[in-house]
Ligand binder design. Sequence first.
Ligand code: C5P
Length: 315
Amino acid sequence: MAGGNTAVAGDVVAGRYQTVACERLTLKAYAKVNLTLEVLGKRDDGYHNVATILQTVDLADTLEINHADELAVECDEPGLSGDRNLAWKAAEALAERVGISPRAHIRIEKKIPAAAGLGGGSADAAATLVGLNRWWGLGRSREELADVAAGLGSDVPFLLTGGTALGSGRGDEISPLPALPAMDMLLVVPEDRIDAKTPTMYRALKPEDFSDGARTQAISRGLGSGTLTSAGGCNAFERAAREIFPGLARVWDRVAGVTQHPPRLSGAGPAFYCMPSSESERIRVAESLQGTGAAAYLVQTISPAGGDGAQSQIQ
Ligand code: C5P
């Protein structure tokens, strides 16, 4: 964790950046949920403008960066190793930006379910940028990393820093919001996955799914008071997700049947979350999932120390 750092590559030493010789660099890449996600309209570039409140939670992948003569990405989840991983593209993009060869071995231990709406791939890409910025002793600013991050995906800039933030534009323009007090959330992740999920979900939106961002603005103004339930949020993809993910509606309705506040979709789904108000409500949710194949994760909202969405430790 950041608090346990003994040395940080890229620390400013006497006005110069200095790479600290070290064996390996380990980073935590935290998942996100969308407390709100409003889609405002389609843009000329094919993207959509959104208004969203993003929040990191303490479910995290672990990245380990080691010395290597060339780029390698090795993931413990089958099918996510090599150049298909967004971490690979992040390493290449950063190396290209600064004009060096991408030499590093990146090992990823997945805990965040992939392609579920929890930002897992984007978090790994963000952690790769933060980690390699230190590993290669580049000393690039957070703004420059955010610029590289935006080229990798709309969620990547937020995950560089994490915490609580307002996302606008295509989701890549980030304004920090007051940190929420730690809150328990139960993430529910149905088994369903679809190919090309994000573009498919945007294409499935109907006029009634669009909104003007007013709810997101109102909630972001009230966040300082620290009270929030899933009922307060909103997500433009909820209607479409119930139609497109074959098993989602069944799991959702079971959970909704035993919780005080309705669940809320994260991202374009199929993961959703609820905020059970008691241990007995948590147990009822867990029981309601039996036989559905859905996984449940009890997590807490987190504001990574020092606003570092990808926390690192050098060994
Ligand atoms: O930014 P990201 O790579 O996650 O986007 C994947 C696809 O999702 C885009 O090519 C676009 O079709 C769609 N998208 C969108 N509006 C956004 C974000 C994504 O239409 N704000």
